[in-house]
Design a protein around this ligand. Sequence first.
Ligand SMILES: Cc1cc2nc3c(=O)[nH]c(=O)nc-3n(C[C@H](O)[C@H](O)[C@H](O)COP(=O)(O)OP(=O)(O)OC[C@H]3O[C@@H](n4cnc5c(N)ncnc54)[C@H](O)[C@@H]3O)c2cc1C
Length: 386
Amino acid sequence: MTAKPVVIVGGGGGGDAAAFALRKKGYDGEVTILSADRDRPYDRPYLSKEFLRGEVEVQKVFLHDEAEYKQEKIEIRLQERVVGGSLRDRTVSLQSGVEVRFGTLVVSTGGTPRRLPDAPDSYNVFTLRSLRDSQAIRDALKRGKRLLLVGAGFIGAEVGASARQLGTEVLMVESAPVPLSRALGEEVGEIYASIHRNHGVDVRTATTVTEWHSYGGRVTAVTLSDGRREEVDVVLIAIGIDPNLEVPRVLGLPIEGSGVRVDEGLRAADGVYCAGDIALHPHPVLGESIRVEHWEVAKHHGRGIATSIASGHARDDLAVWRGDKEALRFSVFYIRGGLIRAVLSINDKKVNEIGGKLIEGRRPVDEKTLADVSTDLSELVPTAAS
Ligand SMILES: Cc1cc2nc3c(=O)[nH]c(=O)nc-3n(C[C@H](O)[C@H](O)[C@H](O)COP(=O)(O)OP(=O)(O)OC[C@H]3O[C@@H](n4cnc5c(N)ncnc54)[C@H](O)[C@@H]3O)c2cc1C
């Protein structure tokens, strides 16, 4: 059976993890990442922290070297925005007009930072999502003396802390009376605001920008809702994201609120998966569907999707042999849905015992590793810490 081509829309946390995990799990079909970004996938959390502060250089921020994509036969096509597609025809279409066929589709398109409708489109007014955004803010902070942060959420807080470390004055304006109170509760939100104040951030809560003052194409000052006028050199608007749902929408995937509804296997339709910030997925413990904007969650989604795709391709039932058939000393692992369901051994007691533990561990195991007698199977048994 020839593996169906997997097309991944989005070269971020979820998309990149899915591509590499597919190879790790032995998927040998075509894997293509289509990414609107100008750069190959990078570690987004660095962008408001170490990279912004100039502590790590750009090479460290990339998730993989260019050579690794070649080595793993992952085709990565940058600056390719998907703008259309059809589930019936199994195609997505690019802005350039080109159509790309898929057997299985993974959509992990992340989100776009919200802007304030009245904020001018000036070169010193930023939002932060991409590596290029972070580079531009980093450069602007080198020249600017005072940063205005609109929004005291996680991104605003991290950039505020980074800017303070760089010696920049920071004015943080937050419309809510207590920062992050919806996410963390009022008490924690107050503590959080006081930590910023102790680090020299001028935090103004229950405050908004009412007027923007520009000169020579740049914002030079703002008037706040308390009537005060504040001079600023750099502005970052950090008031959250809108998940990028254009692709799910054109494909007719089920959209609910601000996410795409997926099942426990992150499936939104037959052979179509969604990961990361856009996925509204059933939470096994909470018993409700949630959408989470976290780096590790996006990567975990990508890896989980890869397991489903790779194990689906490996047929429903599979027998993996290990040992010497002729000498009647061998074991056979029976695999279904990517997991070992049973093990039969002839004169191979140790492997049989480990096989039992692997069944209990309920972790996907690579077929080639199982079959390779030079591998130590006990290393595959999950420990309490893994
Ligand atoms: C500055 C910053 C710091 C962060 N820090 C943390 C942190 O410390 N901890 C944490 O848990 N989370 C953090 N996050 C959040 C985390 O990065 C995201 O939750 C995560 O990246 C989501 O992964 P994703 O794959 O859904 O989207 P993304 O990583 O955003 O990737 C989306 C990709 O899709 C591409 N794309 C979008 N539309 C299209 C299209 N139509 N066609 C083709 N490609 C498209 C984009 O160009 C991008 O490459 C941070 C986010 C930012 C911006």
